[in-house]
Design a protein around this ligand. Structure first.
Ligand code: ATP
Ligand code: MG
Length: 565
């Protein structure tokens, strides 16, 4: 955990912004051009959001531009569904690439021509070794690699074979094109990396036009150069690829000279940020899809009710560093609560209802009471809630035989019903099994609005809904997807999935206004947490997801951190 550095890193610009500022100041670049380069082989997650906020954020702050580029070089795993989802997610986060939407596949012809350029220069060759043999020849960190027997092929033969690879003459995996660099290099990435492989597979954009596809390494930097990217920002695992990135730029007649910079990827406690694993959860039916509210995907986070603004706040708060660390997921949740506390309107909902009959309240009477939409924001105004003789309260707000610190409703005790009256419990009704099914209460008519003229103040204020003025709803309670902060550390990720990450409640009762709440709008159910309508909501059957509870553990963690230092 490096939460200690977070505060200070936020104060000053991060090292990447410092580099960009210096390059603009010195005149090395007149304008900054960045890109976000997802591979469309899955949905974006919160780690990608960090990269998006960084790349688009820098472009915004320095008056440059940021491209959205699909790194679509592997047709085996890529799909249009992912392309569409990625565009929607970047937009939802609040960023716009304008006309600068690109695909590595737009450059296939140019990349092929550059590969031929390397062959002609004697800097690339066709290798007939199998993938296993190539791996075996590559050597290790301590041993140099060995030359392939095909490394000395003539330029003519290489040109001929590479062209026939493109023509589709050879089956998958029989030949590759490799750069001829240095099989003894201390950097394994420079030991004749593969530039092209044969894949007889249709591509979502180029269809059947190609059966040879460039590798990430060969496509990425050259795509950057074509687009005039000035700062190619990626995660630390590409640090060792930078010499190769530079080798291509130096050995090809590219139109510009981008530079690669690496930063630490986001890791979050209680969270797995691996597209492959997330895909597995989806395929195995362990979640409700890529946008399941427990998924760390941007679409999952959106469905969960996290506001985009909170994600941007989070990205700013964690900053950008050059050292790997794990961020506490409580920090992300803190950012979400920060935005929602300011913006979410308050509503009444009762998740596990217990009926209350107010014996001295006139039958058939309905009162309209004013209730604040958001006590944090007077401009949000008020709404009307209806009160009547029969109401519902939360089952857990009553105990027949309360322990010492339970201040809520109990026989003989008075509590406040928020925005309504003080009521006192006079008796309980039980079913045959002895379970309390109804409370009999009386109210004090002099306490309308919740204040007693004689100044008496009950210790508890409860939320409620009136029986005749409520709508039934399904509510899904969400919690962390994993039971441990470091999922998989015990060797089995699936074993760490939490059986309690989703609890579905039927028979909840909510304020009628909530039935009209549009998807994507998160509200506070008073005393319970933040909730938003799920896209599966239907007229007559609203479904709400719990975004978060109200308890902010990050504040406590931070306070503890200060004590410790
Ligand atoms: P894979 O390549 O295994 O499919 P990936 O997560 O690297 O997974 P990409 O689509 O290649 O997926 O990522 C797009 C961009 O997002 C890259 O620049 C990558 O460095 C960045 N990125 C991915 N994961 C994170 C993360 N956890 N934190 C920050 N940036 C990330
Ligand atoms: Mg990647």
């Amino acid at each position: 955990m490096s939460t200690d550095t977070v505060g200070s890193e936020r104060e000053r610009a991060d090292f990447i912004r410092e580099i960009v500022a210096e390059d603009l100041r010195s005149g090395k670049h007149r304008t900054v051009v960045t890109r976000f380069p997802p591979e469309p082989n899955g949905y974006l997650h919160i780690g990608h959001a960090k990269s998006i906020c960084l790349n688009f954020g820098i472009a915004q702050e320095f008056g440059g531009r940021c491209h959205l580029r699909f790194d679509d070089t592997n047709p085996m795993k890529e799909e249009q569904e992912y392309i569409d989802a990625i565009e929607a997610d970047v937009r939802w986060l609040g960023f716009d690439w304008g006309e600068h939407l690109y695909h590595a596949s737009d450059y296939f012809e140019q990349l092929y021509a550059w590969a031929v350029h390397l062959v002609r220069a004697g800097k690339a060759y066709v290798d007939d070794l199998s993938a296993d043999e190539i791996r075996e020849h590559r050597g290790t960190l301590t041993e140099p690699g060995r030359d392939s027997p095909y490394r000395t092929r003539s330029i003519e033969e290489n040109l001929d074979l590479f062209e026939r690879m493109r023509e589709g003459e050879f089956p998958d995996g029989t030949r590759v094109l490799r750069a001829k660099i240095d099989m003894a290099s201390g950097n394994i990435n420079l030991r004749d990396p593969v530039l092209y492989r044969i894949l007889h597979a249709a591509h979502p954009r180029t269809g059947d036009a190609w059966c040879v596809y460039p590798t990430y390494d060969f496509a990425h930097g050259q795509s950057d150069a074509i687009e005039g990217i000035t700062h190619s920002i990626c995660t630390l695992e590409f640090e060792d690829h930078r010499p190769l990135y530079d080798w291509f730029i130096e050995n090809l007649p590219v139109p510009s000279r981008p530079r690669q910079y690496e930063f630490a990827r986001l890791n979050l406690s209680y969270t797995v940020l691996s597209k492959r694993f997330l895909l597995r959860l989806v395929n195995d039916g362990r979640v409700r899809g890529w946008d399941d509210p427990r998924m760390p995907t941007i679409s999952g986070i959106r469905r969960r009710g996290y506001p985009a603004e909170a994600i941007r706040d989070f990205a700013a708060m964690i900053g950008v560093a050059k050292r790997d660390s794990v961020v506490d997921v409580a920090m992300l949740e803190h950012c979400v609560r920060g935005v929602l506390n300011r913006k979410a309107v308050r509503r009444f909902a009762v998740l596990r209802p217990l009926k209350v009959v107010i014996e001295n309240y006139p039958k058939g009477q309905v009162e309209e009471l004013g209730a604040a939409n958001n006590p944090e924001d007077p401009a949000a105004g008020t709404r009307t809630v209806r009160f009547s003789r029969e109401i519902w309260i939360e089952r857990e707000d009553f105990m027949e035989d309360p322990p010492k610190k339970f201040y809520r409703l109990a026989p003989g005790r008075e509590v406040r019903l928020r925005y309504a009256y003080l009521v006192t419990c006079r008796g309980v009704v039980k079913d045959a099994a002895g379970e309390v099914v109804e409370l009999r209460c009386t109210y004090d008519p002099a306490t309308r609005g919740g204040d007693a003229p004689d100044g008496r103040r009950p210790k508890a204020t409860l939320h409620w809904v009136a029986a005749a003025h409520t709508v039934p709803a399904e509510v899904r309670l969400y919690d962390h997807l994993f039971t441990r902060p470091d999922p998989g550390a015990g060797g089995d990720l699936l074993a760490d999935l939490s059986p309690k990450s989703e609890e579905v409640l039927g028979g909840c009762l909510v304020e009628p206004l909530l039935a009209e709440l549009p998807a994507g709008e998160t509200v506070q159910f008073e005393r319970l947490g933040y909730f938003c309508p799920d896209p599966e909501s239907k007229p007559g059957h609203p479904v709400f997801n719990r975004t978060l509870t109200l308890k902010d553990t990050w504040v406590r963690i931070q306070a503890k951190g200060r004590e410790d230092t």
